[in-house]
Design a protein around this ligand. Sequence first.
Ligand code: COA
Length: 240
Amino acid sequence: MSNFEVIIYEKQNDIGYVTLNRPQALNAYNLQMRDELYQVQDDPEVKVAIFRGAGQRAFCAGADLTEFLTAPSPVIARQVRWERDVWGLFLSITKPLIAALHGYVLGSGIEIALCCDIRLASEDAQFGLPEVGLGIIPAAGGSQTLPRVIGRAPALEILLTGQWINAEEAHRLKLVNQVVSRRDLLPAAERLANKIKAYSPIALSHAKQAITRGLDLSLEQGLELEAKLGNCLLTLPPSP
Ligand code: COA
């Protein structure tokens, strides 16, 4: 996993760090980034992961527009782009994922953040979904994940108007959990990660699943899921 060029993957003290690393292109999400992210998979040596962007200006300025222009057609470009279901992979990870967001968080940038469980933003963060203005719609789950996080009306407003919002507004809409200074962004994410990783990994995984899977169920089914996941924990042998 060390031959990456457009992401950096590091591990320290049970925390995985995934850094989008194309700062010269504001970390725009290209095919290579998709392929490299796909290889990170679920690392057994990591208890919690932090996603961030390299450079001072952006977490991610969306899909790489130059790939749109060079592909045979936007339709094929999209098809190729999403053939590897990196988003399905992220959403299937039952470990806690934290997004540390700064600067431009556009298009796929928001969508990566929405695959995470807790989002922190620095004061300079700006969020937007420019897809409709480009004649397309989000293809990395954003049309589904955004309304699940902030609700239908605000999600529709952001998507249909292409209006960008700042960190304060993103916090008001509950798109991000906390706004911190730029300098405190990574330390704040690490504080959260350190707190989380002290708990039982299986309890964390079941708690995450109870919420993320349960949200798509009826209340009755959700309660059944909760009981099932809770019972699994009770039947586990005590930790040594
Ligand atoms: N794809 C490819 N390259 C991108 C990019 C993207 N989505 N976003 C930025 N870049 C590149 C620029 O082409 C530029 O490269 P260059 O220095 O080789 O010319 C570099 O990143 C810096 O961007 P620049 O546009 O010069 O910075 P800016 O401060 O003037 O504007 C943005 C910043 C984010 C407003 C502007 O880059 C932008 O609108 N990007 C596209 C956003 C978008 O529509 N994303 C697609 C969503 S589906």
